[in-house]
Design a protein around this ligand. Structure first.
Ligand SMILES: NC(=O)c1ccc[n+]([C@@H]2O[C@H](COP(=O)([O-])OP(=O)(O)OC[C@H]3O[C@@H](n4cnc5c(N)ncnc54)[C@H](O)[C@@H]3O)[C@@H](O)[C@H]2O)c1
Length: 257
């Protein structure tokens, strides 16, 4: 028996990176997947990959910062597969012009809070009622090492992203505490630097000093999308039945170095 047999999962930001990897992995483990993505082309591509592997998926174009879109994404996933058991709020990300509190444009703050924190809130806002109908389920949120660190040594500040991910971790604990009575668990994954396609392109612009710093900070090597997707799979499955309110670091020990 596969680890997510019979379960229905909704995964946001699933047209690329970690969420695409998780969508494919969850489907291989038996889940039917609502592939929720802003970019309809890449969302369709992920759903196509899952189907080509013999899995079940439906691509849903939606912006996680828009309440109507998120409500519809949940509805369309349930219409396609009958229920919702796993909600993986993965869409998010950090990018310039995020900077220090005094240097970032005000809009950079709004972007991080909207995409990383508000988008995560909206997923649960509309997902929890369906998880309740299914008799419970698992919510996985995306935090980051930046939820623990003020700044990453050797790199420009990302204060709005760090604050948004800190908010995601706090929200994760609130949901874990409130909805355990409904058999709903909520945990977050906090990755280090992950070698997604986007980050491989970012790395190409690093100085030698930045590369050395990153190697030092990642004694077990930088992350691969599958490292993070595997942690999310554990949190999605019944193997983590008693795990609730945890911010699971998947960082090779980066935050303790
Ligand atoms: N990659 C890393 O090094 C790393 C480290 C720590 C945490 N994270 C977190 O992991 C998550 C995934 O990161 P990634 O690097 O795989 O991302 P990515 O940039 O590779 O992919 C993000 C996907 O989300 C989609 N997206 C963007 N805005 C959206 C919106 N408003 N609505 C719906 N979809 C939207 C994009 O189109 C893209 O397909 C994010 O929350 C990120 O903050 C990533």
């Amino acid at each position: 028996m596969a680890r997510l047999d019979g379960k229905v999962a909704l995964i946001t930001g699933a047209g690329a990176g970690i969420a695409r990897e998780a969508s494919r992995l969850f489907a291989k483990e038996g889940a039917s997947v609502g592939v929720v993505e802003l970019n309809p082309e890449t969302g369709n591509e992920t759903a196509g990959m899952i189907k080509a592997d013999g899995g079940k998926a439906v691509a849903i174009q939606a912006d996680v910062t828009r309440p109507d879109d998120v409500e519809r994404a949940v509805k369309e996933t349930v219409e396609a597969f009958g229920q919702l058991d796993v909600l993986y709020n993965c869409a998010g990300g950090s990018a310039p012009p995020d900077d220090s509190v005094t240097e970032m444009p005000i809009e950079a703050w709004d972007r991080s809070i909207q995409l990383d924190l508000y988008g995560t809130f909206l997923g649960s806002r509309f997902g929890i009622p369906e998880l309740k109908k299914a008799g419970g389920g698992s919510i996985i949120n995306m935090s980051s090492v930046m939820n623990f660190l003020g700044e990453m040594r050797g790199f420009p500040p990302r204060h709005s992203y760090s604050a948004a991910k800190g908010g995601v971790s706090a929200l994760t604990r609130c949901i874990a505490a409130e909805y355990a009575k409904d058999n709903i668990r909520c945990n977050a994954v906090a990755p280090c630097f992950v070698e997604t396609d986007r980050n491989i392109a970012v790395k190409a612009g690093w100085t030698n000093e930045m590369t050395t710093t990153v190697l030092h900070q990642h004694p077990l090597g930088t992350g691969r999308p599958i490292d993070i997707a595997s942690a999310a799979l554990y949190l999605a499955s019944d193997e983590s039945r008693l795990v609730n309110g945890v911010i699971l670091s998947v960082d090779g020990g980066m935050v303790v170095i």
